[in-house]
Design a protein around this ligand. Structure first.
Ligand code: HEC
Length: 203
C-alpha cells in the first residue's frame, strides 16, 4: 500500500513539474513586435512561414548539423557564450514559441548558431565554408559538404547562379562553385537565425 502511494506521488509530482507547470508558465507566450532604432518594426521571433517552416531548416535537419551545433545562448555565469560573442543576450523561451521542434541541440563541437545570421551575414562566406570549412576556417573539423555544389572551371553565365570564385585554383586553373538549391535554402535559413531584441523587450 505504502509503495503504491509512493509510486502515485512520484508520478503525479513529475507530471506536475515536467508537464503541467511548464505548460501553465509558457503556453500563452506569443511573439512580440519591437520597434528598432531606425523605426522599423520586427517581430521576435520571425514568422513561421519565413523561418521555422523554411525549406532550409529541413536541410539543416537532414544533414545532421544539430549533432555538432546548438542554437541556445546560455546566460552569463553559465559558460562563456556571451563573452565569445555568440549572442548579445541569453536565449529565452519566446525565441522558440513558433518552432514546432526547436533545434536547441546538445552538442557543441562547433559554435552556437542561435545568432549566426547576425554574426556572419555574408552568403559568399557560408557557401565557401560549407563547400570546404578549411577555406574560411583553417584547421576546422567540420565535415566539408561538396555535394551541395557544382564545381565549374569557367564562370557560369546564367542569371542567379550565385557562383563564388574559389580562393585556391583547382588543377592550376581558377574554379567556381555553384550552390545547389539545397545549399541556397540552407544558407537562407542560417542567415535568418538571429535572436533580436534585448532581454527586457522579449522576456
Ligand atoms: C562534426 C561536427 C560538425 C558538423 C556535423 C557540422 N559542423 Fe559546423 N562547425 C563545426 C566546427 C568544429 C566549427 C568551427 C570551425 C569552423 O568555423 O569551421 C563549425 C563552424 C560552423 C559555422 C561557423 C560558425 C561561426 O561562429 O563562425 C557554421 C555557420 C556552421 N558550422 C554551420 C554548419 C551547418 C549548416 C552544418 C550542417 C550542414 C554543420 N555546420 C555541421 C562542426 C560541425
Amino acid at each position: 500500500m505504502l509503495i503504491a502511494i509512493g509510486v502515485i506521488v512520484v508520478v503525479a509530482s513529475s507530471l506536475y513539474g515536467l508537464v503541467i507547470f511548464p505548460q501553465r508558465q509558457l503556453a500563452g507566450m506569443e511573439p512580440v513586435v519591437l520597434t528598432t532604432a531606425d523605426g522599423s518594426r520586427v517581430q521576435v521571433p520571425q514568422d513561421l512561414e519565413s523561418w521555422q517552416e523554411s525549406p532550409g531548416r529541413k536541410v539543416y535537419e537532414s544533414l545532421g548539423c544539430v549533432y555538432c551545433h546548438s542554437q541556445q545562448v546560455r546566460p552569463e555565469g553559465f559558460g562563456s557564450d556571451i563573452d565569445r560573442g555568440w549572442g548579445a543576450r541569453r536565449s529565452v523561451p519566446r525565441d522558440y514559441v513558433l518552432a514546432p521542434n526547436p533545434l536547441l541541440g546538445t552538442m557543441r563541437t562547433g559554435p552556437d548558431l542561435a545568432n549566426i545570421g547576425a554574426r556572419q551575414p555574408s552568403r559568399e562566406w557560408h557557401f565557401l565554408h560549407l563547400f570546404d570549412p578549411q577555406l574560411t576556417s583553417p584547421g576546422s573539423v567540420m565535415p566539408p559538404m561538396p555535394f551541395l555544389f557544382e564545381v565549374m572551371d569557367r564562370e557560369p553565365n546564367w542569371a542567379g547562379a550565385d557562383e563564388v570564385l574559389l580562393p585556391k585554383p583547382v588543377n592550376g586553373k581558377p574554379a567556381w562553385i555553384v550552390p545547389s538549391r539545397r545549399a541556397q535554402e540552407l544558407v537562407a535559413y542560417l542567415r535568418s537565425l538571429n535572436q533580436r531584441g534585448t532581454l527586457e523587450d522579449v522576456q
